[in-house]
Each structure stands twice: as C-alpha cells, then as structure tokens.
Design a protein around this ligand. Sequence first.
Ligand SMILES: CC(C)(COP(=O)(O)OP(=O)(O)OC[C@H]1O[C@@H](n2cnc3c(N)ncnc32)[C@H](O)[C@@H]1OP(=O)(O)O)[C@@H](O)C(=O)NCCC(=O)NCCS
Length: 161
Amino acid sequence: MTIRAANEADIPAIIEIERTPGFEQFFGWFSEDEHRAHLTDPDCRVLVLDEGGIVEGFALLRGFVGGEGSIRLNRLAARTPGKGAGQQLLDHAKAIAFAEPATQRFWLRVAETNSRARHVYERNGFVLEGRLPAGGKSISGQPVDIALYGLLREVWQFEFA
Ligand SMILES: CC(C)(COP(=O)(O)OP(=O)(O)OC[C@H]1O[C@@H](n2cnc3c(N)ncnc32)[C@H](O)[C@@H]1OP(=O)(O)O)[C@@H](O)C(=O)NCCC(=O)NCCS
C-alpha cells in the first residue's frame, strides 16, 4: 500500500470514488476537467492510496499558494469506508500540510450530518470552530448545514505528529 501524488491515469478512479452512491449527501462533484486541473495547480495537492494498482481513496488539499498559512482539506474519500484508508490518507495529508513552515492551521468543511467523518476528524485533533447553517448545497440544490473544523500546528505538533 502506497500513498503517492495522483496522476492523470488516476482520474477515472478518483471520479468513481467521489461519485459513490451515498457520498452525494456529503460533498458535490468536481468535473473531470476540474480534477485534471487540480493535478497541476500549484495551490493543490492530490494524494491517492494505491493498493496494488487499485486506488482505494484520495485526498485533495488546497492553499499551498493562496492559503495564507491555512491549508484546506477540500476532499477526502475512501472507496470502502471503515477500513482505515481514510485515516491513512489523513495522516499523510496532515504531514504534507504542516511540512510547509508557513502552515499554522489545517482546516475543512464537513456536512453536519456526516457523523462518521466528524468522528474521524475529532479523533485526529480537529476542533469544531463554527457552524454554517445552510453553508453548502447538495447536488440536488438542497441546503446543507456545514461544520467547520481546524487543526492548529501546536496541537498537531505536540499531540499528533
Ligand atoms: C470519512 C472517511 C474518509 C473516513 O475514512 P475511513 O477509512 O472510513 O476511516 P476509519 O475506517 O479509520 O474510521 C472510521 C471511524 O468512523 C466510525 N464510524 C463509522 N460510522 C460512524 C457513524 N455513523 N458515526 C460516527 N462514527 C462512525 C468507526 O467506528 C471508526 O471509528 P473508530 O475506529 O474510532 O471506531 C470515509 O469514511 C469516507 O470516505 N466516507 C465517505 C466520504 C466522506 O464522508 N468524506 C469526508 C467528507 S468531509
């Protein structure tokens, strides 16, 4: 099992995982062109968990150019939730985010109803920073309540690094 930077050949698998039935209640869909653009955007990092040539999950981080000290976990998804793939990707994502000396905070938005993801983030030291009622929209256009979470460098460094 390897975690590596994504490449063009991974895009179909990334899209397949992102569009897993049921995940649409948690996040929207990027177009294929958007996924491709993330690969070369200096502001982004796209990681995949590769198990014998099968992509088992992916993570998208943003803010490496324009984040002003904050890196955002913009997407995290496992092909099969509950087997630890998301945790492995999150470990890598945190390491990459805080490898930038300027990073003070790693943050994310999550649907309030996504109790599994919230449990995983809280287990990793992310703290609830605020709520955005109707702060997002589902694919069908319905309002989604959002929870904002942040992990500060001091917390990561002393408790989770
Ligand atoms: C969120 C996600 C990335 C986490 O990765 P994962 O590989 O499933 O994580 P793990 O297997 O390490 O851990 C899952 C944890 O959730 C817990 N869990 C499962 N269902 C749960 C629920 N409904 N409510 C609360 N916790 C739940 C499990 O008990 C486990 O916790 P534990 O090991 O402390 O007991 C993955 O579940 C996923 O891809 N989900 C769908 C997409 C998504 O929601 N992405 C996040 C968007 S912000």
